[in-house]
Design a protein. Structure first.
Lengths: 344, 509
């Protein structure tokens, strides 16, 4: 090393340019992202054998559309899990955000609508509710340092109760057109909700893989002290992540509302279990710092493909629930076997 | 990185701390302490647990402000706490607790939060990998930068942390007990690297419990005791006895070990292990330990000594071979069975396997003996506390009472709790794995003295360690190298014999 004591210290850039060790193609570690791809292909083949309609475009679009709303919850949860927290309240935000928008915009006379605002405000309100929920979560978790699991469990109950309260337990109908557009429109022959879902996931992949902000989520989830020592403003990143997650949940809720042209008081109820299962199957660790957005996407895709195959095979609807649970357990066991490590 | 502002071409001290006082509530962590570190030297900071070393390090690295006193770098006052980058250009610290993020690659760990960006403001992985590889090569650290950091060994992680520290422009580096988790060979590689860096103008503040390391690598030594500065002297002018005296406040050198009475050849065989084999980890090991005998298992990391000791204690099962304890043959790999057969274990790492940090001393010490705490699986709090108090006295654990959570204790006292837990069941065979790691001199003396005392009462003892002081009290030492017992040394061996045997070097060749 031709660096002397007298010379001003450099930034560690060596004076002599060494050849970077060539890494030799894709590292095996990167392949973890694609761990579920073989399973997805296998299910596609099985599906095709079960029913020749499976691989037709209509059916594939059907699968993607059914999962598009909940997949945004998976995206949101993946971000929160990677940064080392949990957000159970996402499923309630999923219902409450469009619920509040409907409550304020639906004309008096239909259900419990107040008709205070014009339909134009529906989407801004939905997003604002998402931001607000995220702020409250972050306030408790980051500012007051409370355990995220318990805080968001409380929020899950409170938010669900709020929706039941404003709706009187009823379903909102006659929604303004602005609320139903995104969930029902077709862009280039494909439902808009699929485009939105894919776009948001693509943005997620980009942010998490290729921005300093995204990498700081991994750093915080992996070792918060080390992240602080590296100068990352951990609290700020946590705030942004929790708020972004709630907003994603609100958007997901909006898409479902549009597709069904209604907001039920139970919208999103119980979805969080599927969301967690999809994230974990997709390789996101419950302990933080590990997993990818793409992996989370393959997780939810796999679950919905299997459901579709079961439906096509004529499994009675009453049994789908039990099978769903069994599938989640099987998928976890398989990912444990193929991953070779104890599930964290 | 504003490297041009970083101070290094100065002849005065690299860093000085003057009249530093720091209080945490009632406790005075530092009381008017001072230290001066000259450029290019390797300066040792020693002191028993609680002497104030960690507090000084956190003040010197800008993690907290002192209540009183002043820090200066190259003659200029230290930056404010919020100016992290300014601090990082002046001083860097490799903490005991790794600040490497295991899931991220080596390169990303090096350049965390200062990623290279391409034209689209996105992280440019390629240029980051190249920069990281160049950096590591500049300091001759041979690690693939695209490997996830969790795949690195302790030693490589340390080198990566040191390289990262240097990459900020700092040429003053604090190493907080860097050798605690390294084996002998890795320590000497670390020292080689430190010497090479010293040639390049890097100044070190080196913290260690191992006095021989200080004599090996350091130029100057500063001793802290009870939150105060005691002395600073060139290492060469300070005999080991005086150093220990300065640390302990007593005029007692390292205790001369009394020759122990030899074990009668007809003493009962407590441990009879035959043909223990587990693939490449260890192979074909026979080991017999008689009542009252202390047998050492020496070897470097990866020699298989730890795994062998864990097998004897029932923590893992061998592929082949048998372990017989006091005539019974506990089921392989079953800790409860081994406990019942009379094995007590002080595991390798008290933080991982030894203690449950939030539980009380009483709960921790009596964990191995639930049957003595009350009938039918119920726990009598009074009986537990009585038992714990007995052990607190027996092992001289410094605590206000048995109800204190163990994470409130110093390292030495925590290790005593682990020892108490092993002794609670009155074992016939005591297995100790690196029993004095990260423990101050006095606690170490005490713990080793206790081991001798226990052996004197007829317990067989196995000590797996690469610490010469641990091995010195053994009646005989089996040295392992790459999973096989290569040498057996009787008590009275010379240090160089032992080290050579552990390194797999034949002195006669």
């Amino acid at each position: 090393m031709p660096e002397t004591t007298a010379a001003p210290a450099e930034t560690g850039r060596p004076a002599r340019k060494g050849p970077g060790r060539s890494p030799g193609g894709l590292r095996l570690a990167r392949l973890r992202d694609f761990a579920l791809v073989p399973a997805i292909i296998a299910i596609a083949i099985v599906g095709q054998i079960v029913h020749p309609i499976f691989l037709q475009a209509d059916n594939l679009i059907n699968i993607l559309q059914t999962m598009s709303e909940i997949s945004l919850l998976v995206l949101a949860q993946a971000l929160v899990l990677i940064v080392g927290k949990m957000d159970l309240s996402l499923e309630s935000t999923f219902g409450l955000a469009p619920g509040v928008a409907a409550w304020l915009t639906v004309a008096v006379g239909t259900g419990s609508g107040l008709g205070l605002l014009s339909g134009f405000w529906a989407i801004p309100i939905t997003l604002a509710v998402g931001v607000l929920v995220g702020v409250v979560n972050a306030l408790f978790i980051v500012r007051f340092g409370l355990n995220g699991f318990i805080v968001t469990l409380g929020m899950l109950i409170v938010l669900r109760g709020l929706l039941t309260g404003i709706s009187g337990g009823q379903t909102f109908f006659n929604l303004p057109e602005s609320m139903t557009y995104l969930g029902s429109a077709m862009w280039l022959g494909v439902p808009a909700s699929i485009w939105i879902c894919l776009l948001l996931f693509a943005a997620g992949v980009l942010v998490m893989g290729f921005t300093g902000f995204g990498r700081s989520l991994y750093a915080i989830g992996g070792n918060v002290d080390a992240a602080k020592a590296a100068g990352i403003r951990t609290d700020r990143v946590l705030w942004i992540t929790l708020i972004a997650a709630s907003v994603l949940a609100a958007i997901g809720g909006l898409l479902l509302t549009g597709r069904l042209a209604s907001v039920a008081a139970a919208q999103g109820d119980g979805a969080i279990f599927t969301v967690f299962a999809a994230a974990v199957i997709g390789g996101v660790s419950l302990n933080g710092g590990k997993g990818t957005v793409f992996g989370a996407f393959t997780g939810i895709l796999l679950l919905y493909m299997i459901q579709n195959v079961l439906t096509l095979a004529g499994v009675p609807a009453q049994w789908i629930e039990a099978l769903n649970g069994a599938i989640i357990l099987t998928a976890l066991a398989l990912s444990r076997l193929t991953g070779g490590k104890t599930q964290e | 990185m504003g490297a041009s502002t970083s101070p290094s071409s100065v002849n005065g001290p690299v860093a000085e701390a003057e009249r530093i006082t720091k209080r945490y509530g009632e406790t005075v962590a530092l009381d008017g302490a001072h230290i001066t570190i000259m450029p290019g030297e390797t300066h040792a900071l020693v002191g028993r647990n609680g002497a104030g070393k960690s507090t000084l390090v956190s003040i010197l690295t800008g993690l907290q402000d002192p209540d009183e006193g002043e820090i200066r770098f190259a003659g200029r006052p230290a930056p404010r706490l919020s100016e992290r980058n300014a601090w990082r250009e002046r001083v860097a610290c490799v903490y005991q607790k790794s600040t490497i993020i295991p899931e991220l690659t080596v390169a990303e760990n090096l350049y965390l939060n200062r990623h290279d960006h391409n034209g689209l403001r996105l992280v440019s992985w390629k240029s980051m990998w190249r920069k990281a590889a160049d950096l590591l090569e500049a300091w001759s650290v041979d690690v693939d930068v695209r490997l996830p950091a969790k795949e690195l060994g302790v030693e490589q992680r340390q080198f990566v942390e040191i390289a990262r520290a240097l990459s900020f422009g700092a040429r003053f580096i604090i190493l907080d007990e860097p050798t605690a988790q390294l084996d002998g060979a890795a320590i000497s590689r670390l020292f080689d690297r430190m010497r090479a860096m010293r040639e390049q103008g890097v100044t070190f503040l080196f913290i260690s419990h191992h006095l021989q390391e200080i004599y090996e690598i350091c130029d100057t030594v500063t001793v802290f005791r009870d939150a105060r500065h005691i002395l600073t002297a060139p290492v060469m002018d300070l005999p080991q006895g005086d150093l220990v005296a300065a640390m302990t406040g007593e005029a007692a050198g390292l205790r001369e070990r009394k020759a122990r009475p030899s074990v009668p050849p007809d003493a009962e065989v407590i441990l009879d292990a035959r043909g223990l084999t587990d693939g490449d980890v260890y192979a074909g090991v026979d080991l017999r330990v008689r009542a009252g005998e202390i047998v050492g298992l020496a070897g470097l990391g990866g020699s298989g000594k730890t795994e062998l000791a864990e097998t004897i204690a029932g923590l893992r099962a061998p592929r082949e071979g048998t372990v017989e304890v006091a005539g019974r043959r506990p089921r392989a790999g079953s800790v409860p069975d081994s406990l019942a057969a009379g094995v007590g274990l002080v595991p390798r790492d008290r933080h991982h396997q030894g203690l449950i940090p939030l539980m009380s001393i009483a709960d921790n010490t009596t964990m191995t003996v639930p049957e003595r705490l009350g009938a039918a699986g119920l726990v009598s709090g009074r009986r537990r506390d009585d038992l714990a108090r007995e052990m607190i006295t027996n092992l001289a654990i410094k605590t206000p009472g048995p109800e204190l959570p163990v994470n409130g204790l110093s390292g030495g006292n925590q290790q005593k709790v682990v020892m108490a837990r092993a002794l609670a069941s009155d074992p016939r065979l005591l297995v100790l794995i690196t029993p004095t790691a990260g423990v101050d001199v006095r606690s170490k003396e005490f713990l080793l003295g206790k081991v001798e005392e226990i052996a004197g009462k007829g317990t067989g003892v196995v000590i797996a360690s690469d610490e010469l002081d641990d091995l010195r009290l053994c009646d005989r030492v089996l040295v392992m190298f790459h999973g096989r017992v290569t040498t057996e040394l009787a008590a009275g061996w010379h240090d160089h014999e032992m080290v050579a045997a552990m390194e797999g070097v034949d002195l006669d060749a």
